[in-house]
Each structure stands twice: as structure tokens, then as C-alpha cells.
Write a protein that binds this ligand. Sequence first.
Ligand SMILES: *Cc1c(COP(=O)(O)O)cnc(C)c1O
Length: 501
Amino acid sequence: MSTDPANAADAAADAGPPERSLDPDDWERFRALGHRVFDDLTDYLKSVSERPVWQPLPADARALFRQSLPLEGSGDAAVYDEVRRLVLPFPTGNIHPRFWSWVGGTGTPTQVLADMVISAMNSCSLGFDEAASSHIELQLLDWLKALLGFPADASGLLVSGGSMANLVGLAVARTRATPYDVRDTGVDIAEYPRLVYYASAELHSSVRKAIELLGLGSQSLHTVPVRDDYTIDPDALREAIRSDRESGRLPACIIGNAGTVNTGACDPLDELADVAEQEDLWLHVDGAFGAFLRLSPRHRGLAAGLERADSLAFDLHKWLYVQYNCGGVLVRGARLHRETFSVLPSYLRKLERGLASGPLNFSEYGVQLSRSFHALRAWMALKSAGARRYAEQIAQNVDQAAYLDAIIGRHSSLQRLAPTAMNIVNFRYYDATLDEDRLNDLNAEILMQLHERGIAAPSSTELRGRFSIRVAICNHRSRRADFEALVDGVVRIGHELRRRR
Ligand SMILES: *Cc1c(COP(=O)(O)O)cnc(C)c1O
């Protein structure tokens, strides 16, 4: 290269404007802002119970969310100020002790620390990248296999949530059942019998979605009636399999529930495993939240047989109190699992040494390629608190459900709508002078007012035509007094509404 100063000046002119990055211009100001954010968030979590569980978005927040894309930036400090004023006060509410909607998980402060590390490292978590993230995910999966009773040679993967975990498990079942190369031809019902997947009528909507996405069609889903306790009727299942075989269809997979979304009912998984063995079917268990009952020695009997599943879907972001998003799937049969998903282009090839020499390519076991390093959250949380603490928290939630169930049982204005099997309670305000339609309207109004007044946030469902106030407890912050406040709120609002009509 020439050292002539005139040439160097020409080169500088040719290089164009100065190169930049998206890093802060002033790292010390960034550090100071970061400390402020962290202080605010610590206060925010510490004082969560002093705020209403939910509050509506005010006009200035709605206006902020309608602003168009800024072409010029206003800087981290100004944007954070807007977030602090107009975003942070309006969460879904699942960090609050009185949140029991859907199957919302709580998260823990430890994982806020993990999130900073995850974000700073920003690993791609491909698995074949030789990086801490690959090894930590595999270690976490090994821990989960041990916790959930799966063999060490089972394959597994962290995914976005239970929906994706169900899709993965049900896809492997399709590979196993099709007598042809379904990845090559697609589902072929012209030449081959239609596959049938069995699940109870209480199945989660994501199971139906997965069956549709797998190209099987919802006609391939045979829903089996449930008994009074909302568990699958095994005799009806056997009969369904027999009649499908008779009419030339090909039974492929039984989907068992370890905790139905409506009532927390656990199907008789041991019996389903027996049927699957006798009929040579795949057993997939949707254990989105209920799988973690296995941690509690006192309660694991409720989900007995779970460990016999061929594939198991679970959500760490529900009853393992992991921050969103984090679900997982375990598969007994790594070969079949890999056969279902493996596509290895040259640009994703593992090498013998260097960056691309990591343990395995996670994309061969699922749908996603690039993923966040979400394994670190669960890993840090489990190491920090220990599995025993987690088991205690889960047991505490089951005990709280029983406590709430008992208070409801003693109250003349309340009625249970389903047996309380684990951590879900269904009930309604009851008045014998009202017909079912009026009771449904009244209870919907009670629920909306519970939310609007910021008292508590259960969700709703419909059980045998009845509108139910549904309390799903995956919340380590709830206390017995919170459930008492819920019951008081329901009764008070119910009485008020009755007086007004
Ligand atoms: C929540 C849930 C799912 C879906 O899980 P996501 O993490 O929301 O995708 C599936 N099955 C059951 C029983 C669930 O409770």
C-alpha cells in the first residue's frame, strides 16, 4: 500500500461517510440508564401486589401505540421514559398474585437477570454452534428428562410453547404411522387409509391446529367423550379404535391430557399407555402444565403413566414459572424424531472443529432454526432455587386450589362447576331463582367487573353449557388471602348485581 499522504487523503474521500454501529455513542450514559432501568424494574416487581391486577389502557397509551414509524430516533433515555410511563403500568397481569387466567405463568426475578445475559449474548441457539447455549440447552433437557421420567437417550427440544411442542410430537407420530414416505408425497388419502388421532373432547385447541397443519385434516381427529370428571372414557376410546379399523381407517396416535386446559383433569395415562401398546399406536401426552406435577412426590400420582408417553409436550412458561416463551418436547425415539424434521443444507453443516462443531443441529428436531437462548432462564432459575423449591411451589398451588375449592363449597351463593383435580378451580355465583341463561350473563358480568375493578383476574370457560369463572393457579406469588379476596369479590359483585335487577 502506498504511504503517499496525497493517496491516503484520496482513499479517505473514496471511503464515503464515517462507518457507524448501533452501539451507544456514550457507553457511560448507557450504563447509567441501565442502572436506572434495573432499579425501576426491581421496584416494579417488589411492589407488584400494591397495584391492581389489571387496568385498562389510558388514552395517552393508546395514542402512543398509534404513532407512525419514527424516521429519526429520540434516543434510549427518551424512549425508556415512554415505556416507563405508558407500557410498564399495563402488563397482562400474570406477574400479580391475583392473576389466574388461562394457564398464565408468573416468571421469577432471577430470570430478569437471565434475560439481560440472554440479550447481551444474543446467541442463535442453533445447537451446532459450539457455544455455551448449545450445551446448556442439552443439559436442561437432560434435567427435564430426569424430572419427567424419560430415559436419558430420549431426544428433546425447547420450543416456543405447548402449541409448537404438540405439533412436534404429533408430527413424529405421523412419520411412525404412515406406511409411505409422507415427507415426500404429503398425506395421501387417495392411495392409503386415513390416519386417525384420538383425543378426549377436552383436548386443547393447539392439538386440532397441529393435526390440520400436518395435512391430516380435522377429519383425522377422533374426539372421544369424557366421563363426569372430564377425563377420557377409555372404553369409548377402545370402541372408537375398533370401529375406525373396521371402516378401513388407520389408527395412529392417542393424545392423552396431563391436565386439561378447562378443568385440569388428568386422563388415565397408564391405561392409555396400555391401549397404545396393545393397538401399536403412538402415545403423545399434552402435559403443557400438568407434566410438572411429577416434581411433587405428593401429587405425582395424579399424572401416573406420563412417563410412558412416546412424546410429551410441556410448557416451562406455565407451571415451571419460566418467563415467556419457553415450551419443550421430549420424544422417546431420537431416530424417528430426526427423520421427521431433518433437512440439512450445506450452509447448516456441522464441521469437525471451530464454531460450527457444536453437539447437534436442533433444527433437525423441530420447525424453528434460529432461537433465543431461552434455556438460560430455566437453567439459572433451577440452579438458583433448586428443584426441591420448585416442587414445593407446585405443591403449594395444588393446595391453594383445594383451599379455594373448600371455601366455595361452604358458600351458599357459590357453586363448583367441575371437580378440582389439580390447580384449576371452576365455579360460579349461584342463585336458585335464576335460569341458566340469566346465570351465564350474571357470571360473565361478575368476571368482567372483577377485572375492571382490579380485584382479581381469573378467566372463563364454558362447562356443559354453563359460564364458569375459571381459576388456574401457576402463580408462586398467590397467598390464601388472595383466594379469599377473590371469593369475597365474586359474592359482593354478584349480590350488588342481583339487588340492581
Ligand atoms: C397452554 C396449553 C397449550 C398451548 O401452549 P402454548 O404455550 O400456549 O402454546 C396446550 N395444551 C394445554 C393443555 C395448555 O394448557
